[in-house]
Every structure is written in structure tokens, then in C-alpha cells.
Design a protein around this ligand. Sequence first.
Ligand SMILES: Nc1nc2c([nH]c(=O)n2[C@H]2C[C@H](O)[C@@H](COP(=O)(O)OP(=O)(O)OP(=O)(O)O)O2)c(=O)[nH]1
Length: 133
Amino acid sequence: MKKKVKVVAAVIENEKSEILCALRAHNMAIPNMWEFPGGKVEEGENLQEALEREIAEELECEIKAYDIINENIHEYDSFIIELISLKAELVEGTPVATEHAKLIWMPRENLDSLIWAPADIPAVKDVMNQIKV
Ligand SMILES: Nc1nc2c([nH]c(=O)n2[C@H]2C[C@H](O)[C@@H](COP(=O)(O)OP(=O)(O)OP(=O)(O)O)O2)c(=O)[nH]1
């Protein structure tokens, strides 16, 4: 049976309607693909706590996480992901790519010009259509 992972991802928008996008490094799982930064939910955490912790660890900045934008279950070759994308806001600091190959602020309407991790595609569509954002 494939392993199941529950992952939260942050859709962080700035005042110019740009969204923070992170390029997974060549040495990460699902390499060289764009994602909304985040990571696995640990036991005892709610979604918002997990996301705020992951962003502090990975991007060395502080966010506030809000409501769910999209929930998607996607089956990769080696595992099944439940990817939950949450609206989030930067409250302190500037995101730094400590693990990712690159971070960019991309205008919402251009998000589909990036090559996204397959699990992210429904969330990207919702963000582009401003559903629940
Ligand atoms: N963070 C994040 N991961 C995603 C997204 N889309 C997607 O398929 N993934 C996959 C890639 C990874 O296999 C998994 C998340 O694991 P991770 O490695 O980023 O999270 P983590 O830091 O908690 O994990 P670990 O390295 O400590 O084991 O989910 C996304 O938008 N954001």
C-alpha cells in the first residue's frame, strides 16, 4: 500500500496581487517543480499551526494562516498526498529560500506559466480564478 501524507501549503499574496511560489530543489522529492511552500502536518497540530511552523522553518519568516482554498488528493507513483492549500499572509520578515532552489512573487494571472507539482494544479486553478481567496 502506498504511504499517505497530509501536507499543508501556503498561498501567500502580497499587496501587488502577487503570489509566493517556490521551486523545489533537484535533491528534493518531486524535484524541479513549483509549489506553494509548506510541508507535512505533524501529530497534534491543526492545519494553521502546521503551516505557520513549516514556513518559519523553511522560509525564515512569520505568516498567519487562514482558511482552506483547496483540498486535493493526488496519487504519485510512490505515495498519496492530501494537499491542503491555505490562504496566508506574511506578518514578519522576508521569505528566504533555505531549502528551495528559488522563490518568486508571481502575478496571480500568470501562475499557470510555471511547471507545478501535479498535486498543486487544482489549487493553482482556484487561486487564478480567485475562488475563496
Ligand atoms: N510543501 C509542499 N509539498 C508539496 C506540494 N505539492 C506536492 O506535491 N508536495 C509534496 C512534495 C513532498 O513529497 C511532500 C511535502 O514534503 P516536504 O518535504 O515539503 O515536507 P516536510 O518538510 O514536512 O517533510 P520532511 O522533509 O521533513 O520529510 O508533498 C506543495 O504545494 N507544497
